[in-house]
Design a binder for this molecule. Structure first.
Ligand SMILES: Nc1nc2c(ncn2[C@@H]2O[C@H](COP(=O)(O)OP(=O)(O)OP(=O)(O)O)[C@@H](O)[C@H]2O)c(=O)[nH]1
Ligand SMILES: [Zn+2]
Length: 377
């Protein structure tokens, strides 16, 4: 039940979704048959294709489909779909009507994937490489919403490859319109960061880029590689967007620390905890004010800009912890399989990644939203 704002944005797929209660058990069951998609993002030349090729040629028992999207000449976007199975490599080309992956992959790409699955049997896994300048949030939202629409595919996680040598330069690049630059966005949204090409830098430089990445995303796991060589189990099946990550998320959130701006106008991670229960209504109001209305502002009056949101909250009358997920304007609440114990203190822990975030103000607003409505009801 991912929720999107009402107004139509660039991506027509981001329509509001009817609330439907998905019981924990049901959700778990359906994961057995659904196919995970991992989005591989990262700036131009960081090593995304190298990573995909590595994964395809590595020994694994999975049948992995890989979608590479590259901009060809003109406005048509050609996407190559490679499927590896037992060393054999199939390849198909998908033709997309316009150059915007986020608007067209749903119509053509996803359909093509589903058609292909009918023809050749299901894949076990899908990897999708975005172009270096893509906003992975738009692509992620699409798969996320699609999962709600009964697709066979669900979003497993976002992996960002960072160029060890040029990463800092990419992260500090200023956009003329004051927007968050692509590289920073990709790091902010990621569930896993691979700092690649470590052969090209010194230990000191590596420390710098690691610190910069960590200052943006306090939640993310960081790997360091050469030629994108990673352990497959560190990349696949992250379950970053579903309630199956409930237990690990709890541990993870406890260790997250609020970060401090490291680069100019950089994105930071803010985390806070508020004891007690909230209601679904209050939580929706808090999140919607933040993500949709942009009415929550920092001390200087700048609207807070959240690109990623994660949390575990306690909803009154719910026996289990509820996971909160947000990517840009899209968010989702889902009950986990982790129940509150009798002697547990009920608590809400949120992690936000974005710009102009002020922890104290966020806490105040959260508490205000929490108490205001509960008094009225
Ligand atoms: N020195 C060095 N070069 C690397 C490493 N990993 C990848 N490369 C090289 O970097 C170049 C870019 O790698 P790709 O995998 O194509 O990067 P990409 O992110 O897919 O690039 P785009 O799709 O163009 O955005 C290639 O020439 C790779 O061979 C590494 O660890 N060290
Ligand atoms: Zn590539």
């Amino acid at each position: 039940m991912a929720q999107a704002p009402m107004e139509e944005e660039e991506c027509p797929e981001l329509i509001p979704i009817e609330d439907q209660e998905v019981a924990g058990e049901e959700a778990e069951l359906s994961h057995g048959t659904k196919i995970p998609v991992t989005i591989i993002t990262g700036y131009l030349g960081a090593g995304k294709t190298t990573l995909l090729n590595y994964i395809l040629t590595e020994q694994h028992s999975k049948r992995i489909a890989v979608i590479l999207n590259e901009f060809g000449e003109g406005s048509a976007l050609e996407k190559s779909l490679a499927i590896s199975q037992g060393g054999e490599l199939y390849e198909e080309w998908l033709e997309l009507r316009n150059g915007c992956l986020c608007c067209s992959v749903k119509d053509n790409g996803l359909k093509a994937i589903e058609n292909l699955m009918q023809k050749k049997g299901k894949f076990d896994y899908i990897l999708l490489e975005t172009t270096g300048l893509a906003d992975p949030g738009a692509v992620a939202s699409m798969f996320w919403v699609d999962a709600e629409l009964g697709s066979d595919i669900y979003l497993d996680g976002i992996v960002s490859v960072v160029d060890a040598k040029y990463g800092l330069q990419h992260l500090t690049e200023e956009k003329p319109d004051g927007l968050i630059n692509e590289a920073t966005r990709q790091v902010g949204l990621a569930d896993l960061i691979i700092i690649n090409k470590t052969d090209l830098i010194s230990q000191e430089e590596l420390n710098k880029i690691r610190t910069a990445v960590r200052s943006i995303n306090g939640l993310v796991k960081i790997l360091e590689t050469q030629r994108s060589r990673v352990d497959l189990c560190e990349v696949l099946d992250l379950h970053a967007f579903d309630s199956l990550s409930g237990i690990s998320l709890q541990k993870k959130l406890q260790h997250v620390q609020t970060t401090h701006p490291h680069l100019d106008k950089s994105i930071v991670t803010v985390t806070f905890e508020i004891l007690g229960n909230t209601t679904e209504e209050n939580l929706n109001e808090f999140i919607q004010n933040l993500l949709w209305e942009r009415s929550v502002k920092d001390k200087a009056g700048h609207p807070m800009e959240v690109i990623r949101l994660k949390g575990l909250v306690s909803i009154k009358d719910k026996s289990h912890q509820v996971i909160v997920q947000g990517v840009h304007e899209l968010y989702d609440l889902e009950e986990t399989t982790v129940s509150w114990k009798e002697d547990d203190e009920r608590t809400n822990r949120l992690v936000l990644i974005g710009r102009n975030l002020d922890k104290d103000i966020l806490k105040q607003v959260f508490i205000a939203t929490m108490t205001e409505k509960q008094e009225n009801s």
